[in-house]
Design a protein around this ligand. Structure first.
Ligand SMILES: Nc1ncnc2c1ncn2[C@@H]1O[C@H](COP(=O)(O)OP(=O)(O)OP(=O)(O)O)[C@@H](O)[C@H]1O
Ligand SMILES: [Mg+2]
Length: 410
């Protein structure tokens, strides 16, 4: 296989940097996808998709939005930090009407038809050449705009609003009222909201009546089988064999964060291809892990380095110990037993238990990047859950220690 062809196939199967839109590549989400499609097929229903950062929310949301039967392609918008309800709605309307924000046009050129005539002023379409602004000042403006949009396009709309957690609570609350208005007024628009859960949970409680119209779907980390499927599918397409020992390790290191499965598999297969192998060898596996370590996103790397305080020996094994457990929140006793196991594996003499506790507590401070949180007494967890995968990757690549919940330490 030529390199170009290899890269083309690799990039279509291993997409660490892009969300998935097709059910063929979306692994392990059959149930969630089916219940979303089912719920969103009934009129007046909306959906909220939530889960930890990087768990695969956008992929599930986009695949669902693109697979609703008999519906046009969704409009996809994302919220910005400190964005507003008005900005998001305006962005959606512009996308629906395919207005180019860089262009200036007159109302006549736009030919939006009678349905928008009454709204001309708010659109900045006074007949003069002016930037295309859609000024949404209230929830009823937004409802009116959506109604007009649906009428103008002659079809209903599917709208995916991603990164919903970025909105300040008051702006998110406007969306709650907006959802209710859309349903009450029978506007044929389906909204799919997508975001990290915690910040939005309170919204659910406050607006319980609204959220009865909302199907919620929690996205969990990927199970072991779908992780293996991602790797096996890529292996098949690239025509490079991989032993279950290696693919199993990639799956375990990833800890169920799909971007890690994609990233590590990508680097391992690329190393194998570059070495002219038909079958992944130990060398190309290890080379792949090294490559993966250096391509992990900067935010994770930076936090890890800050936590190390330039002292790999003192802190790193404790970080690894937190990443080794099968639970996201780890009890101190478990951290300790993982720590001892790790030290034995690499022939390092362990520090005493008080020392480990001190280090754990230090790493909760901003000086140490707050890499660890203490959700309850004597319990520890990474502030960024994906860190578990990065720590396992570092442990195996730099320290030769194989960590993973599926391979429990004694
Ligand atoms: N079910 C899946 N099967 C295979 N790959 C997946 C799956 N879900 C997500 N991915 C891959 O994992 C990566 C992260 O997915 P996605 O962007 O959907 O996560 P997210 O939860 O929206 O992340 P963020 O919180 O950063 O927005 C993407 O590269 C995507 O290709
Ligand atoms: Mg996302």
């Amino acid at each position: 296989m030529e390199k170009d062809e290899f890269i083309r196939i690799r990039n279509s199967y291993l997409t660490a940097a892009a969300p998935i839109r097709s059910s063929e590549h979306l692994k392990g989400r059959e149930r969630g996808l089916a219940s979303l499609v089912n719920a969103l097929s009934s009129p007046g229903r909306h959906a909220f998709i939530h889960g930890h950062r990087g768990v695969g929310k956008t992929s599930l949301a986009q695949t669902a939005a693109f697979s609703l039967p008999g519906r046009a392609d969704p409009i996809i918008a994302a919220c910005e930090r400190n964005g507003s309800f008005g900005q998001v709605v305006s962005d959606i309307i512009k996308k629906a009407l395919q207005l180019n924000p860089l262009e200036t046009k007159t109302a006549r050129n736009l030919n939006l038809g009678a349905s928008f005539a009454g709204f001309g002023g708010n659109f900045g379409l006074s007949g003069e050449k002016a930037p295309l602004e859609v000024n949404i000042k209230s929830i009823s403006d937004a409802v009116f705009c959506f109604q007009s949009c649906v009428k103008f396009l002659g079809r209903d709309l599917v709208v995916l609003i991603d990164e919903f957690d970025q909105l300040p609570p008051t702006e998110a609350a406007s969306f709650a009222h907006f959802l209710k208005q859309l349903s009450d007024q029978n506007v044929p628009v389906t909204l799919i909201l997508c975001g990290i859960a915690e910040s939005v949970e309170s919204l659910f409680e406050e607006h319980a009546s609204v959220f009865r119209q909302v199907h919620t779907e929690k996205v969990e980390r990927l199970g072991l089988t779908p992780r293996m499927e991602i790797i096996q599918d890529a292996a098949g397409a690239l025509n490079i064999e991989i032993e279950s020992g290696f693919s199993g390790r990639i799956a375990q290191i990833s800890d169920g964060w799909p971007s890690f499965v994609h990233l590590i598999a990508d680097k391992v297969f690329t190393s194998a291809y570059d070495a002219g192998e038909k079958r992944v060898t130990k060398q190309s596996y290890e080379m792949g892990l090294k490559e993966a370590v250096s391509s992990v996103e900067l935010t994770l790397k930076r936090q890890y380095e800050t936590a190390l305080h330039k002292n790999q020996k003192k802190y790193e094994h404790v970080i690894w110990a937190v990443s080794a457990d099968k639970f996201l929140d780890v009890n101190l006793d478990m951290v300790w037993s993982h720590y001892i196991w790790i030290c034995n594996q690499i022939n390092v003499s362990p520090v005493d238990r008080n020392n480990v506790t001190t280090k754990l507590n230090q790493m909760c401070k901003s000086d140490y990047g707050k890499i660890i949180l203490k959700p309850r007494r004597a319990n520890y967890t990474f502030s960024e859950k994906m860190m578990r995968a990065y720590a396992r990757l570092r442990a195996e690549s730099d320290g030769g220690v194989q960590l993973g919940a599926e391979n429990p330490t004694p």
